[in-house]
Design a protein around this ligand. Structure first.
Ligand code: 5GP
Length: 224
């Protein structure tokens, strides 16, 4: 069973892989994702989430996020426009369905950069999803990066660090652990894992059926 057969998405020719990319706040996953899309724009589409949190300096509506009021967000939930949503440090975050569906259909691998509650919901709905978790080399380094980023107050930094511990309890639900030491190495590692994923047997049933059918013509049993 996968996201096509379950009928959640309307599509007949599944091609792209759905990928969940999670990591502690401050792990650098945003930077890694941006660079991955930069280098390999033909392969990947990054889903843009909706959120009720305020834009950070430099963030643009429709680029990093669709910034919504609580009311607007709740309307999206009501209208079933989200694949999943979660509450994270007092704000809502959710994945709009339409774009993901459209990009998968076009053959792109679609990446959801989401936190763990949302990831677990996606796992339940779409078990064929590829799950990756990115972390800095140590907790101390995480704290250093979060403070160094300077985009949040110390209270929010503390809330995010405390949330990181909770998230660490769910890491076993993921398929791959990526240690983000340098962005460059991390991007290449992620790209290579995803490309290998395309070779998994269960993702190639159509090909298998075709070549099996072609080979039938060579089978001794058939030639008799
Ligand atoms: P930030 O406020 O730092 O941009 O994001 C906070 C957390 O929310 C991050 O862990 C990020 O991955 C997660 N997040 C972003 N978009 C979504 C979404 O659509 N759904 C869920 N469940 N989490 C999201």
């Amino acid at each position: 069973m996968n996201y096509y057969t379950k009928g959640i998405f309307d599509m007949n020719t599944p091609k792209g892989i759905l990928i969940v990319f999670s990591g502690f706040s401050g792990s650098g996953k945003g930077t890694v994702m941006k660079e991955l899309i930069n280098r390999y724009s033909d392969y990947y589409a990054l889903s843009i989430s909706a959120t009720t949190r305020n834009p950070r300096e430099g963030e643009e509506n429709g680029r990093e996020y669709f910034f919504k009021t609580r009311e607007e967000f709740e309307k999206m939930i009501e209208n079933n426009e989200l694949i999943e949503y979660a509450s994270y440090v007092e704000n809502y975050y959710g994945t709009p369905k339409a774009y993901v569906e459209e990009q998968l259909k076009a053959g792109k691998d679609v990446i959801l950069e989401i936190e763990i509650q949302g990831a677990l919901k996606v796992k339940e709905m779409f078990p064929d999803t590829l799950f990756m978790f990115v972390t800095p080399p140590s907790a101390e380094e995480l704290k250093r990066r979060l403070i160094g980023r300077g985009t949040e107050s110390i209270e929010v930094v503390e809330a995010r660090l405390s949330r990181a511990f909770e998230e660490s309890l769910g890491m076993e639900a993921y398929d791959y652990l990526i240690v983000n030491d340098t962005v460059d190495a991390c991007v290449e590692e992620v790209h290579s894992i995803i490309q290998n994923e395309h070779s998994k047997i269960f993702r190639n049933q159509e090909f298998i059926n075709r070549i099996r059918e072609e080979l039938k013509g060579f089978s001794k049993d058939n030639m008799k």
